[in-house]
Design a protein around this ligand. Structure first.
Ligand code: HAX
Length: 432
């Protein structure tokens, strides 16, 4: 792993130098103001964290280093992890080394299966995924080294070591959960030593495994969901937890618990359910007017339209566009994809005038489409979709936290205030 370790080390050194200059040259520079709207509005838009793995431009979407989605959508998850954590794509040698490293570390310990199999069949797959990761926490190298005493300068090395161990096991863990819950608990073993992360996932899920376009969809899934800068619920949670030096297993599990919410990663499951409800009511080929009526009735009932809106994006999510390109190429006749398109035709106009124009972004996000593609390939248990998202998102958690530990970033601890403090403070403001 020397090549990866050396590159991460160099990246951390260079970022540390840049930050030192910034700190020394502009110690008191003001980045922004904090308004009442900010602190009562989920801290939306407040610039308060540094994240160098990726960046979300409101109008162009996700960037990893200087690459936009069309530049990296054909890469493998291994290449993407390398890119997130080092800032550049791997050479052929570097990629082979990383793939073989993941392969060596890929087996999930037996006790994890015992734990997961003892759980109720009604447990949500995301809960099992999070518990499966926690169940492996005893293997944390960081935890062991920290207990013995290591210098701060070594924190990132053991965070990276834990990250490699964890990421390597996610395909087997996730596929095993799918099989425990939906395939009578029979796990699929593989004797093929050469499977990469996406291949391992496809093989172990155990259906459609010889269909190259399903394998490619799984690869794309693991690439597009990998990271979305530092402030989203799941990444931020994992950053906060890891900043207390809780190891990456604890941090990843915590981040995934945030991803499991319907306003975040669970939206892909909710979207599929939404489409199923439309089909139940109007049949598999609803008219555009029927879809419009369904959307309006949903809003009238006080619910959100899943898969639409975003806290940062102000355009159609380029991840949505990338999945649409895949769908058009491989399953354009899928009734689910067709309904996704009809929703795309009607929802933005409806949301634009909803609540007096209050919806900041009426356009679709990644969750509006991703599940419809999995459904087409036979993954009809849509409770599993957020786990597919989660495997990928852990790449980002790991990269972000490795770099944060390398930069010796302190424990994250913003200040909260009481309503009484706020009232008093505002009373003293000029003009109040
Ligand atoms: N349907 C109905 N109303 C919506 C809406 C939607 N899709 N999106 C936003 N709104 C409403 C909000 O609920 C809010 O109403 P109130 O002030 O009355 O509470 C108002 O519009 C303003 O919200 P906003 O500023 O536009 O959006 P936020 O930054 O607060 O929230 C969300 C962003 C993604 C949570 C929001 O758009 C939403 O709930 N969307 C539907 C769920 C969804 O698709 N989530 C996945 C997002 C992508 C992601 O994280 N994937 O993992």
């Amino acid at each position: 792993m020397e090549k990866l370790i050396e590159k991460v080390k160099r990246r951390i050194e260079s970022l540390a130098q840049e930050l030192e200059h910034i700190y020394n040259d502009y110690p008191e520079a003001v980045i922004g103001e904090i308004t009442v709207k900010n602190i009562l509005g989920g801290m939306r838009g407040m610039k308060s964290l540094v994240c160098n793995t990726s960046y979300v431009d409101p109008y162009k979407g996700l960037f990893i280093s200087d690459l936009e989605i069309p530049d990296f959508e054909d890469k493998s998850p291994e290449e993407i992890f390398f890119l997130l954590v080092t800032g550049s794509l791997p050479s052929v040698d570097e990629l082979n080394e990383l793939k073989s490293e993941f392969n060596k570390r890929s087996r999930v310990p037996q006790h994890v299966w015992t734990t997961l199999k003892s759980m109720s069949q009604t447990t949500h797959p995301m809960t099992m995924f999070s518990i499966g990761i926690l169940a492996m926490e005893g293997e944390s190298v960081f935890k062991q080294k920290y207990a013995r005493g290591i210098p701060k300068s070594d924190y990132w090395k053991y965070t990276l070591e834990d990250s490699l161990n964890l990421i390597a096991k996610l395909p087997e863990l996730a596929a095993g959960i799918y099989r425990i819950l939906f395939m009578n608990g029979e796990l699929i073993d593989t004797s093929d030593e050469k499977l990469d992360l996406a291949g391992n996932l496809t093989y172990r899920l155990g259906f459609n495994r010889h269909n190259p376009s399903f394998a490619d969809l799984n690869r794309l899934y693991l690439v597009l969901h990998c990271d979305h800068e530092g402030g989203n619920v799941s990444a931020f949670t994992s950053r906060v937890v890891n900043s207390a030096l809780s190891n990456i297993y604890l941090a990843a599990s915590a981040g995934l618990n945030g991803l499991a919410g319907p306003l975040h990663g669970l939206a892909n499951q909710v979207c599929l359910n939404f489409i199923t409800c439309i089909h139940d009511q109007f049949g598999n080929n609803p008219t555009v007017d029927q879809v419009r009526d369904f959307v309006t009735a949903t809003l009238d009932a006080g619910k959100v339209i899943p898969g639409y809106g975003h806290a940062v994006l102000r355009v159609t999510d380029p991840r949505f566009t990338s999945f649409m390109k895949f769908g058009d190429a491989h399953c354009s006749d899928s009734p689910y994809l067709q309904t996704v398109k009809k929703l795309f035709q009607v929802v933005p106009d409806i949301l634009r005038s909803y609540k007096g124009g209050k919806v900041a972004n009426p356009w679709p996000n990644v969750d509006a489409i991703s599940g419809s593609l999995l459904y087409h390939y036979g993954m009809t248990h849509y409770e599993f979709y957020t786990v597919m998202f989660g495997i990928s998102r852990v790449l980002g958690f790991c990269a972000q936290n490795t770099i944060a530990r390398g930069l010796h970033q302190p424990i994250i601890r913003p200040k909260s205030v009481t309503t009484a403090w706020l009232k008093e403070y505002l009373k003293k403001q000029p003009g109040s």
